[in-house]
Design a protein around this ligand. Structure first.
Ligand code: URP
Ligand code: ZN
Length: 456
C-alpha cells in the first residue's frame, strides 16, 4: 500500500466500524486490520468520512453585473479545507449560445485551477429547439443534469420547462429546478420600490415563501406530466417541502436539496445594523424562523436528500454595496462551500438531530448518487476514489473570517464556534489539507464525466 490510515473509525451512509484503510495510487485498495504500507498515518480516535460532495456551487459566476468572488482555485481550496473533495458547479448557457459553449467556457476557467475533482451541471436559459436536441450530447459527455430557473430574467416558461423535462426523460438526465415564481417576485419588488422600501430587509419580502411553494408545486406537476425525475435546489420552507412530499408519496421521483443557511439563519438576519443585512441577500431568501425546525424535521424524516451550499460569494465592499440604495442591485448569493460539513456536523450530529451515518448520506453519498458519481465518490469502499476526510470530533473551530479560506470579506457565521473539523483531507490518495492548511496543488483536480440519472 502507498498509504495506510490506521485505526480510524470508518463512517459511511450505512456503517460505522474500526478499520485500517489501504490506499494504492488514487483508490482505496483494502479495508482491514493491521495493514502495512509505505506511509502509515495513525488516526486513532478520529472518524474517516468519504470526502464531501457539494452538488451546488457557483464559482467565477458572472451574475448581476459582477462575478462571484471565489474562482476555481480559491473556491476549491476552501471546499477542501472544509472537507469537500468534489463540487458540481453550474455552467450557464448564454443568450443565443449552446450548452457545449457553456461547458467549454466553464472548463476553460476550471481545469487549470481546480484542486479537487469537479463536475458540471448546465443551466438552460434559452430552451430553443436545437438546445433540446443538444441535451443528449451533454448527457453523453458526462453532463447529465440541467438547471432551469423559474425566477430571474433567465427563467423558462411552463411549456419550455415541460419540454426540458420530456427531453430529460428521453436522455436519462436529471432536471434541477430553482423554484420561485419570478413574475410575482417582479411585481412585488416594483410595489416595494415604489413605496421607497429599498433596504436589504425588503429582499425577503419581495419573494416570500408562498412564491416558492407555488413554483415548487408547478414544477412538480410538470415533471409528473413528463414522467421525469426532478431535483429541487435550495428548498427553504414548509409549503415547498409539502409539495415535494406529496409528489414523493404519490411515487414521483422528486429529490430535495437544502442548504445550511436555511437550517441555521432566519429572516431576522436582514435587520443587522447598517448594511449588514446585505450579507444574507440570496435567493430564495432566509425565511421565518419556524421553517428551520420544519427543515430539520424533514431531514430527520428522510424528506430531504442532500445538503448543498449554493456557494455564490460576493464581497460587501465593492460588490454587495452596489445595492446600498436599492436591494435589487445587491448581488444575490452567500459563501458556504467551506462551512457545510462543520456546520452540519456541529448542529446536526453534536446536537443529536441526525446520526453520523445520516450526516455522511446528506453531505456525500446522496449527492454522489443523485448526480451519477456513486460509488466512485460519496462512499468508502474498495475501488472507490481515495477522497477521504480524517475528522477530529473534538477540534473546536471559530468560523471567523481569519480561520476560513473563502475569498470573501465576511463570514456569515462570525460568532459561531463548531466542534468537529477536518484534520486531514485526501483527494485521490494525496493529502491536500493538513490542520486547516492547504498543501495540495493548483490544477490537480479532474473533470468528472457523470453517468446518466439512476438511483439504481
Ligand atoms: O442567491 C443565489 N442563490 N445566487 C446564486 C444563483 C442561484 O439562484 O442559485
Ligand atoms: Zn444556486
Amino acid at each position: 500500500m502507498d498509504t495506510v490510515l490506521r485505526n480510524g473509525t470508518v463512517v459511511t451512509a450505512t456503517d460505522t466500524y474500526r478499520a485500517d484503510l489501504g490506499i494504492e495510487g488514487s483508490r482505496i485498495a483494502m479495508i482491514g486490520q493491521e495493514l502495512q504500507g509505505d506511509r502509515v498515518l495513525d488516526v486513532d480516535g478520529k472518524y474517516i468520512f468519504p470526502g464531501g460532495v457539494d452538488p451546488h456551487t457557483h464559482l467565477e459566476l458572472d451574475f448581476m453585473d459582477t462575478v462571484s468572488s471565489d474562482d476555481f482555485y480559491t473556491g476549491t481550496v476552501a471546499a477542501a479545507c472544509g472537507g469537500t473533495t468534489t463540487i458540481i458547479d453550474y455552467a450557464e448557457q448564454t443568450e443565443g449560445g449552446t450548452l457545449r459553449q457553456a461547458v467549454n467556457s466553464w472548463r476553460a476557467k476550471a481545469d487549470p485551477k481546480v484542486v479537487i475533482d469537479y463536475g458540471l451541471h448546465v443551466s438552460i436559459t434559452d430552451a430553443r429547439e436545437d438546445i433540446l436536441t443538444e441535451m443528449e450530447d451533454m448527457v453523453t459527455a458526462g453532463v447529465s443534469s440541467f438547471k432551469c430557473y423559474l425566477a430571474y430574467p433567465e427563467r423558462l416558461r411552463d411549456d419550455e420547462l415541460l419540454r426540458v423535462f420530456i427531453r430529460a426523460r428521453e436522455t436519462g438526465a436529471l432536471v434541477n429546478v430553482h423554484c420561485e415564481n419570478g413574475w410575482l417576485v417582479d411585481w412585488t419588488t416594483s410595489q416595494l420600490l415604489s413605496e421607497g422600501k429599498t433596504g436589504p430587509r425588503w429582499h425577503p419580502r419581495s419573494r416570500p415563501a408562498p412564491y416558492e411553494e407555488e413554483a415548487t408545486q408547478r414544477a412538480v406537476t410538470l415533471a409528473s406530466i413528463a414522467q421525469a425525475p426532478m431535483y429541487v435546489v435550495h428548498l427553504t420552507c414548509l409549503g415547498a417541502l409539502n409539495a415535494a412530499r406529496r409528489a414523493r408519496d404519490a411515487g414521483q421521483q422528486v429529490l430535495v436539496e437544502t442548504c445550511p443557511q436555511y437550517l441555521l439563519l432566519d429572516v431576522g438576519s436582514y435587520d443587522e445594523p447598517g448594511f449588514g443585512g446585505a450579507k444574507y441577500v440570496l435567493s430564495p431568501p432566509l425565511r421565518e424562523s419556524e421553517n428551520l425546525d420544519v427543515l430539520w424535521r424533514g431531514i430527520a424524516a428522510g424528506d430531504v436528500d442532500s445538503i448543498g451550499t449554493d456557494h455564490c460569494p460576493f464581497n460587501l465592499a465593492g460588490q454587495k454595496d452596489r445595492g446600498r440604495n436599492d436591494f435589487t442591485k445587491i448581488p444575490n448569493g452567500m459563501p458556504g462551500v467551506e462551512t457545510r460539513l462543520p456546520l452540519l456536523y456541529h448542529e446536526g450530529v453534536n446536537s443529536g438531530r441526525i446520526t453520523l451515518n445520516r450526516f455522511v448520506e446528506l453531505v456525500a453519498t446522496n449527492p454522489a448518487r443523485s448526480f451519477g458519481l456513486f460509488p466512485q465518490k460519496g462512499t468508502i469502499a474498495v475501488g472507490s476514489d481515495a477522497d477521504l476526510v480524517v475528522w477530529d470530533p473534538d477540534r473546536e473551530m471559530p468560523l471567523t473570517l481569519d480561520n476560513l479560506h473563502m475569498n470573501v470579506d465576511y463570514s456569515p457565521y462570525e460568532q459561531k464556534t463548531v466542534r468537529g473539523y477536518p484534520e486531514l483531507v485526501l483527494s485521490r490518495g494525496k493529502v491536500i489539507v493538513r490542520d486547516n492548511q492547504f498543501v495540495g496543488q493548483r490544477g490537480a483536480g479532474r473533470f468528472l464525466e457523470r453517468s446518466p440519472f439512476s438511483l439504481g
